[in-house]
Design a binder for this molecule. Structure first.
Ligand code: CMP
Length: 133
């Protein structure tokens, strides 16, 4: 089933010059890139983007980190894009993410976990509306 999803290379991934490597992985996997955008989240955008986490103790840290520098957002398309992308990204806590995944290969952090990817069609639609409006 052809699907679209969104990923965002977070400020740590941009700072560490991992944008090319990350985009390459998705191209090599077979996805088509439909949209790409480099920008910096405002506080308002970040609070909206991450609103499902509003009540979590780490919400403040999450907003502070994602607004701390430039990010690169991509909309990609391919078979089972949402699930396949989540597998390529790896577990949220990078120190738990398997080798071979993006988080598993490039980091150890939690807030600074290099990349975000939509976890469902509903999240994808909501996130796209914030990032590509
Ligand atoms: P992301 O996939 O962007 O979705 C929510 C983010 O919250 C997650 O990646 C982490 O970067 C961040 N986060 C910060 N602290 C925690 C925590 N304790 N547990 C889970 N996620 C956290």
């Amino acid at each position: 089933m052809t699907e679209q999803t969104l990923f965002i290379v977070k400020p740590d991934g941009v700072e560490r010059k991992l944008v090319g490597e990350i985009i390459s992985r998705f191209e090599e996997k077979g996805f088509n890139i439909l949209k790409l955008k480099m920008f910096t989240f405002t506080k308002q955008m970040a609070e909206e983007f991450y609103s499902v986490h509003q009540s979590k103790p780490f919400f403040g840290e999450l907003v502070s980190f994602i607004t701390s520098g430039r990010v690169v957002a991509a909309i990609i398309e391919g078979d089972n894009a949402i699930a396949a992308t989540r597998l390529m990204v790896g577990l949220t806590k990078s120190f738990e993410a398997a080798p071979g995944t993006i988080r598993g290969d490039f980091g150890l952090g939690i807030s600074d976990n290099i990349i975000h990817a939509s976890d469902s069609k509903e999240s994808f639609e909501k996130e796209v509306a914030v990032v590509f409006k």
